[in-house]
Design a protein around this ligand. Structure first.
Ligand SMILES: *Cc1c(COP(=O)(O)O)cnc(C)c1O
Length: 464
């Protein structure tokens, strides 16, 4: 790993950061009292901080660095494209080669007749596009009243006005006047936390049928689309019961509404196939993509759209787009990233070798006395922390207290594992090796031990 050479002392960086840099999803005052960890470089699955510590990044950044850090080919692709054409737009009857090539490649990779791509700069922007695209589609079909979009509580679709409205995060809705009108939410298929006495299968069916109930409640002629992540990511890696998606697909088909699969996390190999829709066996009309599309090396997102929706939209002027829609440098890097994923058979290796290995190791975390369940699909997994496994009990302390303690122990042990309330989640780079998986599990187990000791010492080992 490169030596750190070109920066100020950590404390000085932290002070400037606290004074001038407003952080996303954070309490700004915390930075002044505690100081952020300063990440300076990275290789493979390891980050390095300004103190020279090497940290195993079991979150692939924010679920995005699928091919791992330090891939020279992606650097080269960006440099090459910047020299050739650093920027041009795709409005007003112009186009450029990177956007053309990437759109064509995505059409080839995406299942079914998802053959058309509208580019954005991020997942949030892409989901804002989807809201306007779905409503415009129905208006063009002569059904402008079909503007209701149904989504799920605890889903995550971004944090702009539109995408934050689609998401079902109460913390986001409580700030800034969200949700926007005609976005409605149904329950999530989170059996561990909400399934009560039902079996996972019964509960999955019940939660799927909430979609039908909601459609009937608003009137089927008013509903335009349902949006969901194949597997919820930011909500805590909630893998739905097997009964859930087939029932959702049945309902979507029965009422003829559009299905939007938000593949921002699940796409590009995360679940062990190219797309989560393939793993969960669903047939979306639109897929939202971002994150793994460029492995995070450049900001880019988009919507992959089916023939029917693209065909209807093609006849009207769609008054929507971003300055950086299809940005040539981002598109060139994404294209190179897809080449790496394909030629190095990374998705196949995940599917056949590393994900089964990780699954076996990860599920063994359920033997830890503080872990209630450990579930994983492909390279995204989560564990539930509990003081009482048999009862699937929550901690009496405020939700997230124990998760936060555990995350801090992971950090101290040079493992990045996030917490969502009292669930710990992992989503490592897809290129993680078996020996790195062993290290991940070893550090996770150690951190759980330490966290449990601290929880007990602080008198927090108590069921709600
Ligand atoms: C991260 C995420 C988004 C938002 O993407 P940004 O690039 O952060 O705007 C949307 N949907 C899902 C499922 C995500 O995980």
């Amino acid at each position: 790993m490169n030596k750190i050479t070109n920066h100020m002392p950590t404390a000085q960086l932290q002070a400037l950061d606290a004074a001038h840099h407003m952080h996303p999803f954070s309490t700004q005052n915390d930075f002044a009292t505690r100081g952020a960890r300063v990440i300076t470089s990275a290789r493979g699955v390891f980050l390095r901080d300004s103190e020279g510590q090497e940290i195993l990044d079991a979150m692939a950044g924010l679920w995005c660095v699928n091919v791992g850090y330090g891939r020279e080919e992606l650097v080269e692709a960006a440099a090459r494209q910047m020299r050739e054409l650093p920027y041009y737009n795709t409005f007003f009857m112009t186009t450029h080669i990177p956007a053309i090539a990437l759109a064509a490649k995505l059409a080839e990779l995406a299942p079914g007749d998802l053959n058309h791509v509208f580019f954005a700069g991020s997942g949030s922007e892409a989901n804002d596009t989807n809201i306007r695209m779905v409503r415009t589609y129905w208006a063009e079909k002569g059904q402008p009243e079909r503007n209701v979009i149904i989504a799920r509580w605890n889903g995550y679709h971004g944090s702009s006005m539109g995408s934050g409205s689609l998401g079902g995060m109460v913390g986001i809705h409580s700030q800034g006047g969200l949700p926007i009108p005609d976005i409605l939410h149904i329950g999530q298929p989170h059996w561990w936390a909400e399934g009560g006495e039902m079996s996972p299968e019964e509960f999955g069916l019940m939660r799927a049928r909430e979609l039908e109930e909601k459609i009937l409640e608003v009137g089927p002629e008013r509903v335009g689309a349902f949006i969901a992540e194949p597997v919820q990511g930011a909500g805590g890696v909630i893998i739905p019961p097997d009964s859930y998606w087939p029932e959702i697909q049945r309902i979507v088909d029965k009422y003829g509404i559009l299905l939007i699969a938000d593949e921002v996390i699940c796409g590009f190999g995360r679940t062990g196939n190219w797309f989560g829709s393939q793993t969960l066996d669903i047939r979306p009309h639109i897929m939202t993509i971002a994150k793994g599309l460029s492995s995070g090396y450049q900001p880019i997102g988009g919507s992959i759209v089916c023939d029917e929706v693209a065909g209807v939209l093609a006849a009207c002027e769609f008054n929507h787009g971003y300055t950086y829609s299809g940005h040539p440098v981002a598109a060139a890097v994404a294209l190179e990233n897809l080449r790496i994923l394909e030629e190095e058979r990374i998705v196949e290796t995940v599917h056949d070798e590393t994900a089964p290995y990780l699954k076996q190791k990860f599920e063994s975390l359920a033997d830890h006395p503080m872990v209630g369940e450990a579930r994983i699909v492909g390279m995204m997994g989560s564990i539930a922390l509990t003081p009482d496994k048999a009862a699937r009990a929550k901690f009496k302390a405020d939700a997230g207290t124990v998760g936060y303690i555990t995350r801090e122990r992971c950090f101290a042990n040079n493992l990045i594992m996030r917490h969502v309330y009292d669930r710990m989640i992992v989503s490592p780079p897809l290129v993680i090796s078996k020996s790195e998986i062993d290290l991940l599990i070893q550090r996770a187990w150690q951190s759980l031990d330490e966290a449990m000791a601290q929880v007990k010492a602080e008198g927090l080992w108590e069921s709600a």
